[in-house]
Design a protein around this ligand. Structure first.
Ligand code: URA
Length: 496
């Protein structure tokens, strides 16, 4: 038996049909998913063909499927991945989950890994679109005023089907300004009140009338700014391309500047700290010693773009620290675990739950604390179907120290509690033996550092009393951190 099912090319349409197909126990192997109105399609939405016999889901009640929030997010993101087999694939995932096969939601499973990869690519495409769309003021020299035309226009080629998602993002942020984003396969138009999405390559707002992006004053300013911040002495083409991949250049006003600036810099014409455009502004040209102008290594601009070591390759995402920007106490763990890697947040798994108990016992709340890790990517090895934690190498800890330093600089905590040896080693920039430091308070660059056990170590204890002893020690370290932070604050107030 072979069944053709036609849906609209949207998550909602797929979901509705998939739940009905599940209710009818239609196995993934027998369904041929097609897009209604798409090429080679002569079927209507929600209509089944079984050979030549037409069957309809119209009277079928959808199956009740309970899925985790994480899986729901993964499915929604993966649904935006450009791949004609995605609806069939997503149905297979749902079918397996519905049949009780939870492994399908694990990156250690072949389908799970594909699902994560798709979702990750889509999340990156969302991020890229928000970062690289540049609106230009529409040509104001139109013969007649046209209030129905958008004020701003942008052209962009998203890697995946993220136009609708990004359009909502821009609609929330651009107030009542009207705009249009055109892409090769659709357009989004915000009229100041409502968002309209069209699936086609270019949108004409009046018949025969195309909106063409033109340069404006803001763009000229932006170009001048971009040129002035471009430092040929620091040229690192790879890093530049990583930060602003070549495929985005054509959508950006500054994109057309980049190739010429690179070749200018390569020709060695400029060995000054600023590009030639700034020279004509009448400012001072500062000769720079080539040696000191060349940084040892170009730094990544965002944690997500970090390639300082190889751990990013196998992690779902980088996990940044979380908490108030002015927290008095910072907790540093080792590295994200399996659940943190999937959620993108530190300490949300079993170790985090034990840590929560210690935090509560210490009279603190997560809301008071900045929580982070020495290493920001999950390092793991496959054990059966499980991704088992693997301790980071010193080189990886050192590479990630760049991000920890930035967090310490930004938050400036009065007290730091290190959980386990890796965190303390990262702060002290050396491999240490934790038992030499346990329960001691150190002064590290003006910060009070309290070393304690890692909650995972407590979880690994065979006996309850061993676990309780370590939990009590962690709670005691946190209590001391709270008291110390309070005492330091009082001292600070008294001296003012
Ligand atoms: N273990 C850690 O060290 N950090 C986390 O975020 C989770 C588990």
């Amino acid at each position: 038996m072979h069944i053709v099912v036609a849906i609209e090319d949207t998550f909602a349409s797929w979901r509705e049909t998939a739940l009905k197909a599940l209710a009818q126990h239609v196995a993934p192997e027998v369904i041929d998913w097609r897009i209604a109105g798409g090429e080679n399609n002569h079927v209507d939405s929600h209509t089944l063909f079984d050979g030549d016999a037409v069957a309809s889901f119209a009277s079928t009640a959808p199956a009740e499927v309970r899925i985790s929030r994480d899986l729901a997010e993964l499915l929604k993101d993966a649904a935006l991945y450009r791949d004609t087999t995605r609806w069939a694939f997503l149905y297979r995932v749902l079918w397996r989950w519905h049949g009780g096969d939870r492994a399908v939601a694990s990156p250690a499973d072949a389908d799970g890994a594909r699902l994560y990869k798709m979702a990750k690519a889509v999340r990156r495409a969302k991020h890229d679109m928000i970062a690289y769309v540049r609106f230009r003021l529409r040509d104001a020299s139109d013969a007649e005023p046209a209030p129905d035309l958008p004020e701003y226009v942008a052209w962009y080629e998203p890697e995946h089907d993220v136009l609708a998602w990004s359009a909502e993002h821009f609609a929330r942020r651009m107030g009542r300004s009207t705009w249009l984003i055109s892409t090769p396969d659709g357009a989004a138009w915000w009229d100041g009140n409502a968002l309209r999405l069209e699936r086609r390559s270019t949108r004409s707002t009046r018949s025969g009338d195309h909106v063409s992006p033109t340069a404006d004053e803001a763009e000229a300013l932006w170009l001048a700014y971009y040129r002035s911040t471009f430092n040929p002495a620091r040229l690192n083409e790879t890093a530049l391309e990583q930060h602003m991949p070549v495929r985005f250049w054509k959508g950006l006003p500054e994109g057309r500047l980049i190739p010429s600036m690179i070749s200018e810099a390569k020709s060695g014409a400029q060995r000054v700290a600023q590009a030639s455009g700034v020279g004509v502004l009448g400012g001072k040209s500062v000769p720079v010693d080539a040696q000191s102008a060349q940084p040892a290594r170009q730094q990544p601009s965002t944690l997500d773009a970090c390639r300082r070591c190889e751990l990013w390759r196998h992690a779902t995402q980088a996990v940044d620290g979380i908490g108030p920007a002015d927290a008095r106490i910072m907790l540093i763990g080792e590295q994200p675990g399996d659940q943190e890697d999937l959620a993108g947040k530190p300490f949300v798994g079993p170790a985090g739950r034990l840590l929560d108990i210690a935090i509560e016992r210490a009279g603190l709340s997560r809301d008071d604390l900045y929580l982070t890790n020495a290493v920001k990517h999950f390092k793991w090895m496959l054990r059966g179907k499980r991704r088992q934690h693997k301790t980071a190498a010193q080189q990886e800890i050192d590479a990630c120290g760049y991000w920890l330093e930035r967090e310490l600089d930004r938050v400036k905590p009065a007290v730091v509690v290190t959980l386990g040896a890796t965190a303390l080693g990262a702060l002290l920039h050396e491999k240490i033996s934790l038992s030499d430091y346990i329960d001691r308070t150190l002064d590290v660059g003006g910060m009070q550092v309290i070393a304690t056990w890692h909650p995972s170590y407590a979880l690994r204890q065979q006996h309850d009393d061993g676990r309780e002893r370590l939990l009590a020690a962690i709670a005691a370290a946190l209590t001391r951190a709270r008291e110390l932070a309070d005492a330091l604050r009082k001292r600070q107030h008294a001296s003012h």
